[in-house]
Design a protein around this ligand. Structure first.
Ligand code: EPU
Length: 430
């Protein structure tokens, strides 16, 4: 069992460097299945979700070389049409991109229904709608998604998504890259990682235009070739460190970001009284006075991201006055509020709305990370709180944050990671 132990209430000071975007990497890595040749990918975050996907690709026959901690070469030329190991696939949401990738490469995919963070129903009907539109026959059988292309191959088509879905937009793009003719995705998601996936595929010879708008055109090509690509910085990791400085106080330069991607987060923090200074590839965050209250509603990009909702809620817990958070993407993404309340926050949740009465101080205690971003929020709360916070289930955090302990320690946090052998943990629990 791994825990984080934080001694809080120490202002943050210095520079933090942001890693490559998780949600771009987890789309790009499966998409390498479409490429016959070597893809050299830079700025790959070294996080457990990425390690899992690499393990899945390795088991499928990909040749993978790690050139440095964040640069990887992948050659999928000799990958076999096989079923990815269910015990790995079930551990990561993004394994759904294997459906588009295998369907595109082999005309056939059999992938276990994906796992991932649990915050309510996370259907994949829009992915399936897209695959069916381009001619695949899709069945859900025995916990697997089985997709089969017609004998004469997938055929480009128009797909209008019923809900704006990051996963469906990326998966349909992946599935359509090698199809005959043109696929048009309407009501597409516009997140930065969608543009990043399109740029990666185009660097390997695909013909995708419009990524970043709600209408994406994928003109099918016969084959993709190898090449080099660098993944964009992680918008949510950057936002998490910005929220940490806002909640804890201090002055930190957040480096290796695309400030434009941060607009909605920067604007909300400014509204709350945080000083934000933008540079070409960095943002300086300074917070000296107490935060002001604000309201926020999560929305698809360019709106305020649901993946920043728990972190901003910690800031609001410490702000003067009452703030309201409305979650419009997921059904149950407020489970962490009970943990924050145990630390002294005053949050009332009514299904998709949280009413947060700001308190002057949080107090350290033992809490759990319920999912990746809820875990990040617990870290921020622990950094801001008086006393010691112990966070359990931090494997969720390590799915998506590279070197969080080292990065926080470098800016003055007192945080350490402790591994407790299972037997000792069981004895303690007993
Ligand atoms: N939805 C459907 N049908 C579908 C797909 C989605 O109804 O076929 C609904 C979902 O239930 C949800 C909404 O549409 O209400 C948006 O879901 P989306 O498909 O955009 O989410 P996702 O692809 O499952 C990705 C990220 C999440 C992030 C969301 C929203 C990955 C692997 N995951 O999930 O990231 O919260 O987009 O931006 O890219 C995280 O990083 O912590 C994380 C959870």
């Amino acid at each position: 069992m791994v825990k984080y132990i934080i001694n809080g209430a120490k202002p943050l000071q210095g520079t933090v460097c942001i890693s490559g975007a998780k949600n771009a990497a987890v789309g790009i890595l499966p998409a390498t299945l479409l490429v016959k040749g070597t893809c050299r990918i830079e700025n790959v975050p070294d996080i457990s979700d990425v390690r899992l996907l690499l393990q899945i690709l390795d088991e499928m026959g990909a040749v993978i070389r790690r050139l440095s901690p964040n640069t990887i070469e992948i050659d999928c030329s000799h990958v076999r049409d096989s079923v990815a190991p269910i015990e790995l696939v079930r551990r990561i949401r993004a394994s759904y991109y294997l459906i588009g990738a295998q369907l595109g490469r082999f005309g056939h995919a059999k992938v276990a229904l994906p796992g991932g963070c649990n915050f309510g129903a996370r259907p994949i009907d829009q992915h399936i709608k897209g695959f069916e539109a381009i001619g695949a026959m899709v069945e859900l059988t025995g916990g697997y998604v089985v997709a089969t292309a017609p004998a004469d191959g997938l055929q480009g088509a128009r797909v209008n998504l019923d809900v704006v879905s990051v996963g469906a937009t990326m998966n349909i793009m992946i599935g359509a890259v090698l199809a005959h003719g043109t696929t048009i995705i309407e009501n597409a998601a516009k997140e930065p990682h969608i543009v990043d996936l399109a740029n990666f595929l185009n660097a390997m010879g695909a013909k995708i235009s419009g990524a970043g708008t709600d209408l994406i055109r994928v003109r099918g090509v016969r084959a993709l070739h190898g090449g080099s690509y660098a993944i964009i910085p992680d918008q949510i990791e950057a936002g998490t460190y910005m929220a940490a400085v806002a909640a804890v106080g201090g002055d930190v330069l957040v480096q290796n970001v695309i400030p434009k991607h941060m607009d909605c987060i920067s604007a909300k923090l400014r509204e709350m009284g945080v000083k934000i200074t933008e540079y070409d590839e960095a943002i300086r965050v300074t917070r000296t006075a107490r935060l002001r209250r604000a309201n926020v509603k999560t929305m698809p990009y360019p709106g305020f991201p649901t993946d920043m909702q728990p972190q901003i809620a910690v800031c609001m817990s410490l702000a003067r006055g009452t703030s309201i958070v409305t979650e419009s993407i997921y059904d149950t993404r407020f489970r962490y509020c009970a943990e924050l309340n145990r630390m002294g926050a005053a949050i009332q949740v009514d299904t998709k709305v949280a009413v947060i009465d700001g308190v002057e101080q949080l107090h350290g205690c033992d809490v759990k990370a319920f999912d990746l971003r809820a875990g990040a929020a617990m870290v921020i709360a622990g950094l801001a709180a008086q006393g010691t916070t112990v966070i359990e289930d931090v494997h969720f955090i390590e799915r998506g944050y590279e070197n969080m302990i080292e990065k926080l320690t470098a800016i003055g946090a007192d945080i350490r990671r402790v591994e407790i052998p299972e037997t000792a943990a069981v004895r303690t629990a007993g």
